[in-house]
Structures are given as structure tokens and as C-alpha cells.
Ligand binder design. Structure first.
Ligand code: G6P
Length: 361
């Protein structure tokens, strides 16, 4: 059955490996031929909105940071992403026609429920994107879209993260088409999903390479950094969270160019720095940022989109649409966290002090 570990030692690796299949399932269920298929009531409500507010916690929050880029690009609506725990007690000044999206694998996160309760008290429209049908956040929101990722058992979220990115892209395209935007109409999302699934498969098939990187650079280090710009910055935050939560290596995700404004003081000989490069606007600049840390002795690992790859890069990411690139970048980021933890003999699926779903504020 879907929730059994089979031959895997840990659920986390099983769930990482399942991601190409999740992409294919979403391609089947959210498309009609090449057209996206989304409940028209959701599309209408969102198309009328002047600002989207995405609320979430943990990994789901990081999926929201990626979704902001996709929705602003293809649906042309400004998006704010908030940590539910902060937003719930300090609502910002809302726009005239807000629309709320709650991202939650479990659909049970208490911090998100606090926000939704107030959204409902104000009679504002909301959508929950969740992996669990009938979950509390799903029942309490106006609308629901399911992630269809299948049961996620490992505490560290993997396949729900990429599914959240994919479902936000489906919604962005549907809303952009409703608004008659050329960019949305020309966005070949079905094809991009196929490329993403293929690319994910290629990356999971090459997992030994990631294991080697983890052994070489992460087996004894106390700290590490993740750098990226544009959507890679959002993925850097998630990569850092993944690595720290399962391996206990203290890891910070950083906007690559911001490092030099202070944090570069922490780079020493041997400090591992994972750098993500997918963004056409900043790819060359990020290379400069790499040089800055390398010259201070950092051990740099590069995960780079094919179009920008150079000799010596550690992982070449299959080329897909920039806005969707987190779907493929996530794979080596998840794998390196997995191996860093497993190689230390830790319980990958159940890191200390963590719960899969946090139902207290
Ligand atoms: C917990 C989990 C995280 C998860 C977060 C949000 O802290 O350990 O992995 O990202 O809750 O959970 P949700 O179910 O709302 O996505």
C-alpha cells in the first residue's frame, strides 16, 4: 500500500523518489488534454482579487515563496507570503479584494487555523491547498485543491513541497487564462510538468553522486550555507531547512549577494556552501558571489541549470522553465539532506524534537 516503506530503509527516500509519479498524477488530474482544469469558482474568485495572501508554516511557507513568483508572473496579481504564526496576530493592512491561500500538507497546522478563523470572521474568500482531504483547514476554507502527493510519513516534507509548487502553477495558469493574459495562454504547463517529471527522475537516478557530495563535505561539519537568487533564494531557504532539520548541521539559506553584507564573516576554510543557479537574470552574478566565498576557503557545491552549467559544476539540473525550476532543484537539495543524516546514523524520518503536524500554537 501507499503508506508502506517497502524495501526502503526510510520513508524520506521513498517519498523523494515518488516525486516524478506525483507530477504525472497531477498532470492527469488537473489537465484536460493540454488545458488546465480547475474549479471555475476558484478561478473566478481569484481572478477578481487585487492581492493574494499566502499563509503557511515551515516547508509549506517555502513553497509559498516559490508560488508568489509563479502567480505574479502568470496570473499577474500581487502576492504576499506570510508566516501564519506571525500573520495571525499582526494582520497587515489588507488590500480591497484580498484572496487567501493556505498551504498545508496536513491541513491541521494550528498557526494557519488561527489566520483562517479571522479570514472567515471577515467573510473573505479562501482556498486551502492540502494533501489531506477532509482536513480541518480544508473544511474551514471556502475552497480546496488537493496536492495528490499520497501519504507523506517522513517528518521532513519532500513530495508535498513540490506538489504545492505544481498546484500553485496550475492555479496561476488557470487564473491568467481567465484574465486573457498572453503569458498564461502561452505557458505550456503540461509540457513543463512532463519535463519536470523526467528531470526529477534523472536526478533521483543519479542519487549516488549526491551521497558522495554529502560524504565529502557534510560528514563532520558543524555548519553550512545555501545560496541562491530569485526563485533559487526561496529554494535555498528550503534546502537549508531540510538539511538542518534532519542532519542537525546548522544551515542558513541566503540571498547569494546579501552574504557579503555581513554573514560572509562566518565563512572559514572548509565551510560547505551549496549554491543554486537557475535564474537567467543573476546566473553570472551568482558566479561572482561564489568566488567571494571560495577565496575565503569555502567548499562550494554547485547545483546549476543546464543552460548555465560550467565545467566542474557538481549537479547539472535538467533545464525547465525558470519559475518551475524549484521542482527539479528540490531533488538534490532533499537528497543531500537525506544522505547527510543517514550517513551520520541518525533516524532520518524522525528528527529529534519535531512533529509531522503541529496542532498547537
Ligand atoms: C511541521 C512539520 C514541517 C511542516 C510544517 C507545516 O513543523 O514538521 O515539516 O512543513 O509543520 O506543516 P503543514 O502540514 O501545515 O504543511
Amino acid at each position: 500500500n501507499a503508506a508502506s516503506k517497502g524495501t526502503y530503509e526510510f520513508y524520506m527516500l521513498k517519498e523523494i523518489d515518488e516525486q516524478p509519479a506525483v507530477m504525472r498524477r497531477l498532470s492527469q488530474d488537473y489537465f484536460d488534454g493540454d488545458d488546465v482544469k480547475v474549479d471555475p469558482a476558484i478561478v473566478d474568485a481569484m481572478a477578481q482579487s487585487d492581492r493574494i495572501y499566502i499563509l503557511a508554516a515551515g516547508t509549506s511557507y517555502h513553497a509559498g515563496l516559490v508560488g508568489k513568483n509563479i502567480i505574479e508572473e502568470y496570473a499577474d496579481i500581487p502576492v504576499e507570503v506570510g508566516l501564519a504564526s506571525e500573520f495571525g496576530y499582526h494582520f497587515p493592512k489588507l488590500s480591497k479584494k484580498p484572496f487567501f491561500i493556505f498551504l498545508s500538507q496536513s491541513g491541521e497546522t494550528a498557526d494557519s487555523r488561527v489566520v483562517l478563523k479571522q479570514v472567515n470572521e471577515r467573510n473573505l474568500p479562501s482556498l486551502t491547498m492540502t494533501n489531506v482531504e477532509g482536513s480541518t483547514l480544508s473544511r474551514e476554507a471556502t475552497y480546496t485543491m488537493l496536492l495528490e502527493a499520497g501519504p507523506e510519513i517522513a517528518v521532513a516534507s519532500t513530495k508535498a513541497y513540490t506538489a504545492q509548487i505544481a498546484v500553485q502553477a496550475i492555479l496561476a495558469k488557470a487564473v491568467g487564462e481567465k484574465k486573457n493574459l498572453e503569458k498564461a495562454k502561452n505557458f505550456d504547463l503540461k509540457n513543463q510538468f512532463a519535463l519536470a517529471a523526467e528531470g526529477m527522475q534523472e536526478l533521483v537516478d543519479g542519487k549516488e553522486k549526491i551521497d558522495e557530495l554529502a560524504k565529502k563535505y557534510l560528514s563532520t561539519t558543524r555548519n553550512a550555507f545555501y545560496l541562491g537568487r530569485g526563485v533559487d533564494y526561496a529554494v535555498a531557504l528550503e534546502g537549508a531547512l531540510k538539511l538542518k532539520e534532519v542532519s542537525y548541521i546548522e544551515t542558513e539559506g541566503f540571498a547569494a549577494a546579501e552574504l557579503k553584507h555581513g554573514t560572509i564573516a562566518l565563512i572559514e576554510k572548509g565551510t560547505p556552501v551549496i549554491t543554486l543557479i537557475n535564474d537567467p537574470a543573476t546566473a553570472d552574478l551568482t558566479r561572482g558571489n561564489i568566488q567571494e566565498v571560495e577565496s575565503r576557503g569555502a567548499n562550494v557545491m554547485t547545483f546549476v541549470a543546464k543552460d548555465f552549467a560550467r565545467e566542474g559544476d557538481d549537479v547539472v539540473l535538467p533545464q525547465i522553465d525558470y519559475y518551475l525550476s524549484p521542482l527539479v532543484t528540490a531533488i538534490p537539495a532533499q537528497l543531500i539532506a537525506y544522505y547527510a543524516s543517514k550517513n551520520k546514523g541518525l533516524d532520518v524520518d524522525k528528527p529529534r524534537n519535531l512533529a509531522k503536524s503541529v496542532t498547537v500554537e
